[in-house]
Design a protein around this ligand. Structure first.
Ligand code: SF4
Ligand code: SF4
Ligand code: SF4
Length: 279
């Protein structure tokens, strides 16, 4: 049982004072619901569980922490951890990563989430201990099927789709708050001096917020689905982040969060880059 193994690892780490806290999942208040938890003493380790509802990306709790942390991480979480290390939000030596090969996460009706169906990195890409055997990885030929359909639309149809989808947004910011790579101390949408974007739910303010958020995800989104799950209005945010990810792969030959030693595309340049963008 994975629960028992995770509990044993956490207990040992805390007993030997190798970490100050273990971040994992515990039982939620409803049957198909789990909650992130912070285990700080060995006698609390029994609270840790693992099942197909452990979808939250726990990397969200890492930025700017100074303590030593044990963290439960499936494939997508581990890739977000890599991004956070690349971006100096956490140090590798602060972390003890309890990697979990992932069979995919489900909704409350036990249906696999869309992003799990096309996931190519179910096994953690970085870990200190692995709980269970690695699962088989597959290259998904049609992982950008929906984006390709979107790309075929005319510019005005694309804009219409964007307006229609985003007009449902109530500006609750849950998508931003659930995302491990939205960690700025002060988000550009909250900034008052200067005020970049209005706080209203006027469509132009909404679109400005989303375009900013989407572009900030270039080369950083791991398609973990946390933003989509958090959205109370069921907005298809992945349609936009996947487009950015697809372009990043095609233009920079870069896949997010696979190696802490590789520099992400927007933090570096190649001398033979075509530089068409400044023509
Ligand atoms: S995207 Fe889904 S299948 Fe892939 S690691 Fe994350 S939860 Fe697991
Ligand atoms: S934008 Fe959404 S899918 Fe991408 S990393 Fe953030 S929460 Fe995950
Ligand atoms: S979670 Fe949904 S409703 Fe809330 S700000 Fe994000 S897109 Fe809008």
């Amino acid at each position: 049982m994975k629960d028992k193994k995770i509990q044993d690892i956490a207990r040992k780490l805390l007993k030997e004072k190798k970490v100050d806290v273990v971040i994992g999942f515990e039982k939620g208040t409803l049957p198909s619901c789990v909650a992130p938890c912070f285990i700080k003493s060995p006698d609390q380790a029994d609270r840790l569980i693992w099942n197909s509802f452990c979808g939250n990306n726990l990397a969200n709790y890492l930025p700017k922490r100074k303590d030593k942390i044990g963290i439960v991480a499936k494939g997508c979480d581990s890739r977000s951890i890599v991004v956070l290390i690349q971006e100096n939000q956490i140090k590798r030596e602060q972390l003890y990563i309890i990697g979990i090969p992932c069979e995919g996460m489900t909704d409350k009706n036990n249906v696999l989430h869309d992003y799990c169906l096309i996931c190519e990195h179910k096994n953690p890409v970085i870990y200190d201990v692995l709980v269970g055997e690695k699962v088989k990885e597959n290259k998904k030929k049609d992982k950008y099927k929906e984006v390709e359909k979107f790309e075929k639309k005319s510019s005005s149809d694309k804009w219409q789709y964007l307006e229609l989808e985003l007009s449902k947004c109530i500006r609750c910011n849950a998508c931003r708050n659930a995302c491990p790579t939205c960690y700025c101390k002060e988000c550009f949408i909250d900034q008052e001096k200067p005020r970049w974007v209005g706080t209203t739910n006027n469509l132009s303010d909404i679109i400005f917020f989303h375009l900013g958020r989407i572009f900030h995800q270039a080369g950083r989104c791991t398609d973990c689905g946390a933003c989509v799950r958090a959205c109370p209005m069921n907005i298809d945010l992945r349609q936009f982040t996947q487009k950015i990810t697809k372009d990043g792969e095609a233009l920079f030959d870069y896949e997010t969060g696979l190696d802490i030693e590789i520099k992400p595309p927007f933090t570096t340049f190649k001398e033979d880059d075509s530089q068409d963008f400044i023509k």
